[in-house]
Ligand binder design. Structure first.
Ligand code: GLA
Length: 729
């Protein structure tokens, strides 16, 4: 396993436990991609036959061999302007105005450990887990140098990719600089991607690849609710347990684009990286640019295995800090309980009730600062509103801690209302285009985080809050898409850099705060899951999954999210019934079963509940404590899709000693068929006992025969079955 180089054939082979990745420098010094798939132990170059194809031209020096065309050859980092007409990874504008780059192989280096990317989050090595391969390419004419980075985690079947680009002796402008280019020359592929909208993020969609270019992208200045930067290419016949699947996740939180092209010969190329439609970057001679990272994983055993690979790498090698693997406190958030309408008495009433029920942390959401009585004012003024909260944050935190609970706070640092002291003092700090009225969204504008003075102000304001108050948790929100992205700190020719500079500025600010306040649990948020990506998980090990808290809608949202992201990252709460977003009524039990497949908390007015409901909540919290480790660190199995009359999923402990099966009936049927599912991931030879009924089954019976649920009627009933291994056969 690991990285090998065959000097004679100039062949690079990366082997992980179950996969292999191969490339070779050919006789023209072009770095060809040969293979990514199940491990074969062979040189896979034999697969790549060539023939002369009309209208696919030949590079200079290859004119005598008309079958040699970059238009038909698989490449590791394809460039525009070389006779390759497919989607490129790199597009440059040279200082003479020409737009070609022609990269040729120059050398390589293998290092122990995992490379880091300056100023950007990336997968890291916990010690002895990874190796790095760096391949150097160069344009012989312009001197443009590209280093391709490969981070290899052999035990996890993970390969990461990023590129570093350095200009030669002349300035150059990057018009597109993708993180990775992946080639699948053979096969029939489907694209799975995760689209959505505010309140309905990461919806699973699977479509066969047409002979066209498919784009999954965001130009909203954020990861977006609309397209997650995560795609899967899978064999047309692949399912949860069978078939080839390739996953690509971008570790980035700004504008992104993935293009997947199925070409004239059915060869598929996918490029993923920063969205070039809103990007350009000027490099003066000798300057470098680093792309964000892409995480690649391949499974020849279906989508479940692919998801497990993603979960593991994100949980163990992206998330950081003291909460990375730890159980998170059960919280109460006051947003859906009070919205902006609260004062100290109301907050403390809710907190006392929460403490009495066994809730461990109180989170004070939007509305505690400045003139923030609605969403028209106050963003930017991070000073407590003493009219609402006369004891201030210090006093409030004290009272909450005295109840035995931790104290958390909502902030939205990247934004400003025009009706705020901050905007009145520094109107130039917000993104607006000179001479034009801005596009407003929720009455707020985005602060220009590409600027150091803006970041310094925010660092000062937030670090003061964290230093002066006993705060255990921060919910970091971001509640609009960007527009009018224009920085007064950059000249006209460099405005194409602002969006990426913004993202780098955000990472710098987050890095500073999270490394200084290590005791604080950070939760990401962007109107729910609008910035749900691995880069944000590098700073906050959990992200509020969606502003839609309806348990039945959440089944779909959490299902889609589960393909790429671990349950430990999914912020999920029990809210009121009828639900505030959909008006749907669901049982309290069902709401808890769904919220438990996440970081678990409550977000409703506890004082309006009956004594019976309060007692039920005490029970739910006890159940959550019992299963929390299994849920957070167990393997997650999707047992059904979400378009049936029910949804089922399962957690299995890493040592297979226990399992939690979850079922929600989304459409109860009169005199319907029994609900029957085949469980997964158990030890086939072990005997498991259903803790509630005492019934015993072998793992083999539950997996190969399946489990038949009792008849369940009523509105959206749910069931959890806890199976405990009692015997080996
Ligand atoms: C966003 C968040 C919500 C809440 C509100 C407050 O929409 O996703 O959870 O914090 O902002 O304004």
């Amino acid at each position: 396993m690991g990285i090998r180089f065959d000097r004679e054939r100039r062949l690079f082979t990366i082997e992980t436990a179950n996969t292999a990745y191969q490339m070779a420098a050919d006789s023209h010094d072009v770095l060809q991609h040969l293979y990514y798939g199940r491990r074969t132990g062979s040189d896979m170059s034999y697969m790549h036959r060539r023939c002369d194809r009309g209208f696919s031209g030949n590079i200079d020096g290859a004119e005598e061999n008309r079958s040699y065309s970059l238009d038909t050859i698989c490449q590791e980092y394809a460039c525009a302007g070389t006779g390759d007409y497919r989607v490129p990874a790199l597009v440059v504008r040279n200082d003479d105005g020409s737009t070609c780059a022609d990269l040729r192989y120059r050398g390589y280096e293998i290092r122990e450990g995992k490379y880091a990317i300056p100023g950007m989050p990336a997968v890291y090595d916990n010690g002895g887990e990874a190796q790095t391969l760096i391949i150097s390419l160069e344009d012989p004419v312009s001197g443009l140098a590209v280093q391709l980075f490969y981070g290899v985690f052999p035990d996890m079947d993970i390969i990461t990719r990023a590129a570093q680009i350095r200009s030669g002796s002349r300035p150059v402008t990057l018009e597109r600089a993708m993180s990775a280019c992946v080639e699948l020359p053979f096969g029939q592929w489907d694209l799975i991607h995760f689209h959505g909208r505010h309140c309905m993020e990461r919806q699973f969609e699977r479509t066969p690849l047409p002979h066209a270019i498919q784009t999954v992208a965001s130009r909203r200045g954020m990861t977006s609710h609309h397209h997650n930067p995560f795609v899967i290419l899978c064999d047309r016949h692949a399912d949860e347990d069978h078939g080839d699947c390739l996953g690509m996740i971008l570790v980035y939180s700004g504008d992104h684009r993935t293009e997947i092209e199925r070409d004239q010969t059915d060869s598929v190329r996918a490029v993923m990286g920063i969205h070039d439609g809103t990007f350009s970057w000027e490099l003066q001679p000798g300057e470098t640019f680093f792309t964000p990272e892409v995480i690649l994983t391949f499974s020849s055993k279906g989508l479940t295995r692919l998801s497990h690979n993603c979960h593991r790498i994100i949980r163990n090698n992206i998330c950081r800090g003291r909460y990375k693997l730890a159980r998170r406190p059960v919280l109460i958030n006051n947003w859906e309980a009070t919205y902006f309408d609260f004062n100290e008495d109301k907050i403390m009433g809710l907190a006392r009730q929460a403490a009495d029920l066994g809730i461990e942390m109180f989170v004070l959401d939007d509305g505690w600062f400045g003139a923030r009585n609605n969403d028209r004012a106050g963003l930017g003024d991070w000073k407590v509103n003493l009219e609402k909260l006369p004891s201030g944050l210090v006093g409030l935190a004290e009272q909450i801690h005295a109840l035995g609970m931790r104290f958390g706070l909502w902030i939205e640092p990247e934004m400003v209302n025009e009706d705020s002291d901050l905007y009145r003092a520094h109107p130039d700090w917000a993104f607006t285009v000179p001479g034009r009225g801005p596009v407003r969204s929720r009455h707020q504008l985005v602060l220009d985080l590409s600027r150091e003075d803006v970041r310094d102000y925010l660092y000062g304001a937030i670090s003061a809050i964290l230093r002066e108050n006993a705060i255990d948790y921060i919910k970091w929100d971001f509640n609009r898409a960007m527009e009018d992205v224009f920085s007064r700190a950059l000249p006209a020719g460099r405005q194409g850099e602002v969006r990426h500079r913004y993202v780098l500025g955000l990472y710098r600010l987050l890095d500073r705060l999270t490394s200084e306040f290590t005791q604080v649990l950070f939760e990401g948020c962007a109107g729910g899951g609008g910035r749900f990506d691995p880069a944000m998980l590098y700073y906050s090990p959990q992200i509020w999954c969606s502003d839609d808290t309806d348990a039945i809608e959440r089944l779909k949202i959490q299902y889609g999210t589960s393909f790429g992201y671990p349950v430990s990252a999914v912020g999920s709460h029990v809210s009121a019934s009828p639900n505030h977003q959909t008006g749907r009524s669901t049982p309290l039990h069902t709401r808890a079963v769904v919220a438990m497949s996440g970081t678990f908390g409550y977000e409703l007015d506890l004082n309006s509940l009956s004594e019976e409901e309060k007692e039920e909540i005490r029970g739910q919290i006890a159940v959550y404590h019992k299963y929390a480790d299994l849920i957070r660190s167990g393997d997650y199995y999707r047992l059904t899709e979400t378009d049936l009359d029910y949804t089922a999923w399962q957690f299995v402990a890493p040592d297979l000693s226990e399992s939690l099966v979850n079922l929600v009936v989304t459409h109860p049927l009169a005199n319907g068929p029994f609900i029957h599912v085949k469980l997964k991931g158990l030890d086939p030879r072990a005997v498991y006992e259903d803790e509630a009924s005492g019934d015993r089954f072998t793992g083999a019976a539950l997996m190969y025969g399946g489990y038949t649920f009792p008849v369940m009627t009523g509105d959206y009933p749910a069931l959890q079955i806890h199976l405990v291994r009692v015997l080996f056969e």
